[in-house]
Write a protein that binds this ligand. Structure first.
Ligand code: NAD
Length: 371
């Protein structure tokens, strides 16, 4: 079983799909590993840190003999074209927005597992890269906010008097939002959280935060939120407005599957914020939760600084890669039997994660199916 690890090509991507600490566990499955030279460098893992792994300079040569190819971001098309027919690709894929890549995978008879498609079920938690990476992004957000603030987060008593603790409001309490609440609390801020799924109330409170109850229940399918109606949006705006105006830092993380990020903060609300306040918009990747967010940039808008960071997990590349590598290992364990690749699509996790499925070589019918 040959497993090859690609070096990422996107300029802002520092992560690598496999960490040295996870290599021995893959080897125990019977795998022989190859790494593209320098693949782990940006995540602090030198080639020499990968025990017993063959280093290959050319990505096409690297994948030519691989049964499984690992990446973080979708790989370049020319690399897919160099893969062995019948091989497996595991990476984030975003198939809907990459038709050319999907076509190349089909033509090459490659089965592609998209890490963003791992189902959100208990059994798949150990493979859930969206969660592992969101937990890190959420952790990082309050610190990113802190360095953009002209004030401190905790209460501090000095010889000349006391400084009041900052108020941090987190909007959207999924994996990232709850992690952000936890960090902000640890840093000494007074924390508040808001979401449209009522079950997040208890979760926020367990992290020492106050829950801003808007009275809206927008639970959707599979534990996700649905889009709000116009009436619900108005009710939320009424309930949340004062909290936005009183916040020193706001972290927004709201998303609705398959839709652009919902708009949670209007330009008028930004204009009414406290001088020196900061918004960290983790929704920037999908357009932003805040009016005025410029994805990938930090802008000052009236009293507030709006930060629209992209690929936040990459800023924590060492730990992000370690968690991602473990997610990948757990997924690979489902597809290897007696040291060889064995894809059982009656397994719900494999079936749902496969974005492109190559037909078995013995099947006479031409073509592949895409889920
Ligand atoms: P996400 O990134 O899709 O969205 C972030 C949050 O934004 C969600 O909590 C959502 O409710 C919220 N949101 C959407 N519209 C909003 C609005 N208008 N105002 C305020 N908030 C809004 O979420 P996620 O972190 O991927 O988690 C989504 C769900 O999946 C959660 O229920 C989570 O507990 C669940 N989950 C389950 C598993 C598992 O069982 N394996 C793993 C991870 C997450």
């Amino acid at each position: 079983l040959n497993i090859s690890i690609l070096k990422e090509t996107r300029p802002d991507e520092k992560r690598v799909a496999m960490a040295p600490s996870v290599v021995p566990r893959l080897a125990r499955l019977g795998a022989t590993l190859s790494l593209q030279a320098g693949a782990g460098q940006a995540a602090t893992f030198a080639d020499a840190a990968y025990p017993g792994v063959t280093i290959v300079a050319d990505p096409k040569a690297l994948v030519a003999d691989a049964d499984i190819v690992l990446g973080v971001q979708p790989p370049p098309i020319e690399v897919v074209r160099a893969m062995k027919p019948g091989a497996v690709l595991i990476s984030f894929l975003y198939a809907a927005s990459a038709p050319d890549l999907v076509e190349a995978l089909r033509q090459r008879q490659v089965t592609a597992f998209a890490m963003e498609q791992v189902p959100r079920i208990s059994r798949a938690q150990a493979m859930d890269a969206l969660s592992s990476q969101a937990a890190l992004a959420g952790y990082y957000a309050p610190m990113l906010g802190a360095v953009h603030m002209p004030r401190i987060l905790p209460m501090m008593t000095t010889a000349v008097g006391s400084l009041r603790a900052a108020k941090v409001l987190v909007m959207g309490l999924g994996v990232a939002g709850l992690s952000a609440l936890a960090t902000a609390h640890r840093l000494g801020a007074i924390t508040e959280g808001y979401d449209v799924r009522p079950e997040t109330k208890e979760q926020a409170q367990s992290l020492g935060a106050k829950f801003v109850d808007t009275g809206v229940d927008a639970r959707g399918e599979g534990g996700y939120a649905r889009e709000l109606t116009a009436d619900e949006k108005e009710r939320v705006q009424k309930a949340i407005g004062q909290h936005i105006a009183e916040a020193d830092m706001i972290i927004t993380t709201a998303s609705v599957p398959g839709k652009p990020a919902p708009r949670l903060i209007s330009a008028a609300q930004v204009a009414a914020m406290k001088p020196g306040s900061v918004i960290i918009d983790l929704g920037a990747e999908s357009g932003g939760n805040c009016e005025g967010t410029e994805p990938g940039r930090t802008v000052v808008v009236g009293p507030a600084t709006i930060v629209g960071p992209l690929n936040v997990p990459s800023a924590l590349a060492q730990h992000a890669s370690e968690l991602y590598a473990k997610n990948i290992l757990n997924l690979i364990e489902l597809m290897v039997k007696d040291g060889a690749l064995s894809l059982d699509f009656t397994d719900e996790v494999l079936a749902k994660t496969a974005a492109v499925r190559a037909e078995a070589p013995t099947t006479a019918t031409a073509g592949d199916s895409i889920e």
